[in-house]
Design a protein around this ligand. Structure first.
Ligand code: EZ4
Ligand code: CO
Length: 398
């Protein structure tokens, strides 16, 4: 079997998605998600100009060898653009292998370790009444766990709260930030949520890398009475050593990793059990092959999976995640933000979301198709993630 064509499809059925479609001489095709929110075209160029020419004529069954040749052969290792491109190839080849086998991908990963995949959804509000309505909406949709994000007194808009302002394509939207106001207000928000919804609702929070380790330690301590499932991205983790300080001070479980792209980003965090959940996406971590290895490493330290699943992971990336979730032993939870109706049309899929749980379905391969005509009718629209500035104008961490 040989790869005879591979092409990149850009589409924006609500937001931008980059998809790699690999074709073989036997007519079997595979899809991979290469979406890197706000930097989409860099991955498109990396794939089109440097990866597709290397794939043509190769055997699609040699997934590990292809992965190693793209990773080691580039000389320039790691980084989000490189790893998103490699991920798309890896996932497309797993899709092909599973289709040839006539099996859903999870069967090739060891088969189901559970009946269904528990998810968490997103609730947010600028104030408590809006937040409570949002939590009730998620509960009505069946979500068994909910991430809570709120406005901060004195700040005009906060990322992830309500609808994020779309950038005009030329410049990122600027949001304001005040760490002191955030640290003072958040425990009261969780207190109010617990009073309204009781002790049993599974609650999570994402700090989006905005705190120093000592601030994160304080927030973790302050949130302990509210029994969070996790506090996510409490501090930027380029310096993994910083998590030692956070860990020493709080028993609030910690989740990190959506911006990581190889196992090396996790060496200290996992090796010293400084976190409880690894948050990498199939899409941004080089694919199913390396993410599976990460989960095995994490399992040695009683750390569980929590694959990234926001709106900017395409249904192709979501499907790959759900197959892994079903197959691995140390599954924790799956983020699921859903997609626009048009996105579901562009990417018809076998996976289902029922009563707050996902299942990959039984279609051979990933179980996702791409309607290329519909995709092309909704072309790429330049867009950036927002940036945070402090009151004096200083750019702040994410
Ligand atoms: O900000 O995917 O946990 N989920 C998140 C996401 C990320 C976006 C960035 O592209 O933090 O909402
Ligand atoms: Co996050």
């Amino acid at each position: 079997m040989k790869i005879v064509d591979a092409r990149v499809v850009l589409t924006s059925p609500g937001r931008n998605f980059v998809t790699l479609k690999v074709e073989t001489d036997e007519g079997v095709t595979g899809l991979g998600d290469a979406t890197l929110n706000g930097r989409e075209l860099a991955v498109v160029g990396y794939l089109r100009d440097h990866v597709v020419p290397l794939l043509l004529g190769t055997d699609p069954h040699r997934i590990e060898d292809t992965w190693q040749s793209l990773y080691r052969g580039a000389y320039w290792r790691r980084g989000p653009v490189t790893m998103a491109a490699i991920a798309a190839v890896d996932v497309a080849l797993w899709d092909i292998k599973a289709k040839v086998a006539g099996l859903p991908l999870y069967q090739l990963l060891g088969g189901a370790s559970r009946e269904r995949v528990r998810t968490y959804g997103h609730a947010s509000g600028r104030d408590l009444p809006e937040l409570f309505d949002s939590i009730r909406a998620r509960l009505a949709e069946g979500y068994p766990a909910i991430r809570v994000q709120t406005g901060v007194p004195g700040l005009k808009r906060v990322y992830g709260v309500g609808h994020d302002a779309a950038s005009d394509g030329a410049r990122p939207v600027v949001e304001d930030w005040d760490t002191g106001a955030y640290l003072r207000s958040l425990p009261g928000v969780f207190d109010a949520v617990r009073q309204e919804f009781g002790p049993e609702l599974v609650l999570l929070h994402d700090a989006h890398h905005r705190l120093t380790p000592i601030q994160a330690a304080r927030l973790g301590k302050d949130l302990e009475p509210y029994d969070l499932f996790w506090l996510e991205d409490c501090t930027p983790a380029e310096n993994q050593d910083g998590l030692r300080l956070v860990r020493r001070h709080t028993t609030t479980p910690l989740a990190i990793g959506e911006v990581f792209n190889t196992v090396f980003d996790y060496q200290t965090l996992v090796g010293e059990q400084l976190i409880d959940y690894v948050r990498s996406a199939v899409t941004h971590f080089g694919g199913v092959s390396p993410l599976r290895k990460l989960f095995d490493f994490a399992a040695q330290h009683q750390i569980k999976s929590a694959i990234h699943g926001p709106e900017d992971i395409s249904p192709v990336g979501m499907a790959a995640a759900i197959h892994l979730d079903l197959a691995i032993h140390n599954f924790g939870i799956q983020e699921y933000a859903g997609h626009t109706a048009l996105t579901h049309e562009v990417f018809p899929h076998a996976y289902t979301f029922t009563d707050g749980y996902l299942h990959p379905g039984e279609a051979p391969g990933l179980g996702v198709e791409l309607d290329e005509e519909l995709a092309c009718a909704h072309p790429y629209e330049p867009a950036y993630l927002p940036v945070n500035r402090l009151q004096d104008g200083t750019i702040h961490d994410w």
